[in-house]
Design a protein around this ligand. Sequence first.
Ligand code: HAM
Length: 433
Amino acid sequence: MLKFKTVRGMRDFLPEEARTLRYVEDAAQKVAELYGFNEIITPTVESYELLAAKSGEEIRSRMFAFRDLGNREVALRPEFTASVARLVATTLRNEPKPLRLFNVGSVYRYDEPQNGRYREFWQSNYELIGTSKPEADAEILMLTDTLMRTVGLKNHAFRIGHIGILRGIFSQEGLSENDQSAIMQLMDKKQYENALTLAAEKGVSEKGVAVLQSLVEFKGNATSKVVERIMNIVKDYEAAVDATDNLAKILDLIRKSGYTLDVTIDAGFARGLEYYTGMIFEVYVYESNLALGGGGRYDRLVELFGSESTPAVGVAHGIDRIMLALQKQQKQCIKNIGGVAIIPTTEGLKPEALRIARMLREAGIPAEAEVMGRKMAKALEAADKRSLDFALIIGEKELKDGAVVIKDLRKREQKIVKIEKIIVTIKNAPHEN
Ligand code: HAM
């Protein structure tokens, strides 16, 4: 006999989990519509080179990469942004800007499996392309907030930074892009001491290291005082001052629009992906340190794929992690689909059971005809276990009067109803969530 388990890092989604996943996906679709994002579907397999470009060492080294039978070097997508950038640089090149594009689906990273970290996971991904204006950054932050609220999460908070602050300092200190990225990879993993040591080794001055140290240590609620303080720390680095100013504009826009976000500014914050050029952020719930989503501005990725300069900002949400957070916050968030069991009491009534099942489905009511040939008591027990809402018992006696017995499985009540009244009876029954 052959016995198999899922491959390490891969999971089966049982009905309740599958339902929760689709629930979050539906919410993501709805938010996409509300913010004017159009869905696109890009391939799961892309050229390795495309996916590796500016993704950063962390993701590059964890790709499911292989050669296809045509000897092409390909990989399973570890995220959507590179695919979207490819599309914008090619097929959508002449489309009027801004483009608001939305993807949802599975992505693959060879991460070490643990709670909230899988090798196959789902993202909802939004890219706002063709503008460098701070209002676009603000929209992405607001959209993320809307999604967290739409799925029903409480107490979510943002951590926000600006890659231009760090890069501004590194560049003025004369560091190559590669060295900058290596230092920021360490910062992303919160290995700040190693990051500062590497910075010094690569030639950052003592003053520069001290500035970086102050940034790394400094965090605060998004207020103008905190921005002023950062401005003061980086005052001798022109590009870092501009970046801080840009961050302030984004936060100001949100605040003045009356939108309240719970935001902590973390000036020493870096993200693993290398394509970011501006504001970067992650969103969390207080009870966990797993990011539920992350994103930021990337103004040079699209042009790397052959287009003219095309600034962009976007975000991806980790659907699996949102599911985990929901499960923790509200024990059962997604209602069972409910439905109606249809149980004929004799062999000869099977066609009638199938006919009534069809009638219910045509009225949009989920119906499950008894297909195991069980006696009524067993069939009812099974319907109860599956949390169905009603059972219809088709018996000779009632059928003679054109009626059936309807049993409300939640209220434990039953009555006789005419067949033509079944649908109104079910639809008018008070629904519990
Ligand atoms: P990311 O931060 O790499 O960004 O991933 C986004 C989210 O995916 C994370 O915040 C997390 O919720 C989820 N995630 C990441 N790795 C795993 C994992 N191994 N298991 C479960 N969930 C995971 C991006 O992917 C960028 N493409 C976001 C973006 C879009 N930036 C601009 N546009």
